[in-house]
Design a protein around this ligand. Structure first.
Ligand SMILES: C[S@@+](CC[C@H](N)C(=O)[O-])C[C@H]1O[C@@H](n2cnc3c(N)ncnc32)[C@H](O)[C@@H]1O
Length: 182
């Protein structure tokens, strides 16, 4: 893609492909996407700031507010990446609530977990990171009060199954909210 040739960042140590060039390439299957998100995990947060000019922080606050999550709720952040939305949800539901951040990228979850350990707020103890697929959620029906999914739906290979799974695990009458970065 034309955009990739002048937007390329230097490769990560031990890798030979520039980061943005990897992102701009068409990615075909789930395994490719998983490998891509594993590979960019160390720089993902900086990329997000750069590509959205920092606006993703505002959109994420709006998403959590619109999700309807409230104190004591049991909530899910799908495709959680490095955990931005999960941390915001954690503050919202408080120590009596529970947050699960789910992603299929081990490396993104490892960044999320390191961030959790570095942050001092006690409420972040209510977050659990789960490695799993948005297309086959390891939760029972009607389990969550609210679900967020930040810039994730465009990355799953099967939109319909992802939506079906979301509605399956949501309690009736609950909300889900999915910000998108175009
Ligand atoms: C663009 S990132 C968004 C990360 C985070 N939600 C945020 O807003 O910063 C998309 C995330 O979706 C995850 N992902 C893509 N397909 C997935 C799937 N089928 N199941 C679980 N996670 C998936 C990727 O590993 C990646 O961390």
């Amino acid at each position: 893609m034309a955009a990739s040739s002048h937007l390329s960042l230097r490769p990560l140590p031990g890798q030979n492909r520039p980061i943005l060039r990897s992102i701009c390439r068409p990615v075909l299957c789930a395994a490719d996407r998983q490998a891509l998100f594993n590979r960019i995990a160390p720089v993902y947060d900086n990329l997000n700031d750069m590509l959205s000019l920092g606006q993703h922080r505002i959109w994420k606050r709006m998403a959590v507010s619109w999700s309807g999550a409230k104190e004591g709720d049991n909530v899910l952040d799908l495709c959680c990446g490095s955990g931005d939305l999960a941390f915001l949800l954690s503050e919202k539901v408080g120590p009596k609530g529970k947050v699960i951040g789910l992603d299929f990228s081990k490396e993104q979850l490892s960044v999320a977990s390191s961030r959790q350990q570095l942050r001092s707020k006690a409420c972040y103890n209510n977050i659990k990171w789960v490695e799993g697929s948005a297309l086959d959620l390891p939760f029972s029906d009607c389990y969550f009060d609210a679900i967020t999914m930040g810039f994730g739906l465009r990355n799953v290979i099967d939109f319909r199954t992802a939506m079906e799974e979301m509605y399956r695990v949501l309690k009736p009458g609950s909300k889900n909210f999915r910000p998108r970065l175009q």
